[in-house]
Design a protein. Sequence first.
Length: 127
Amino acid sequence: MAKKDFLYRGKTEAELKRLSTNELAQIVTARARRTLKRGFTDYQKALLKKIKKGDKNIRTHCHDMLILPEMFGHLIKVYNGKEYQLVTVTPEMLGHYLGEFITTRRPIKHNAPGIGATRSSASASVR
């Protein structure tokens, strides 16, 4: 079975890469359109500059960076509060934000209660 070509609102990946920012704003969702119309912050502009330059080791704290067609295929390390998590940008991510693809919270793992935490352990000697 042949691989199905990616389409976003009737446009192929190559057509999406040729679109200007204003043309892209016309076809993305309202939230992404608002981000594009407001313009990017200095940190987001610096990230886009690294992507356009073709850097291999891209690390960022920008969770609020909108995924654009020029980012397709890049590997971006996004900070989650403790370490950098690798995000591979695919065409299906268009219009989403980088922060949506990393986990910033770990599940809580409870252990045994400490000394003094329960009535029976309150009288236990600490050695």
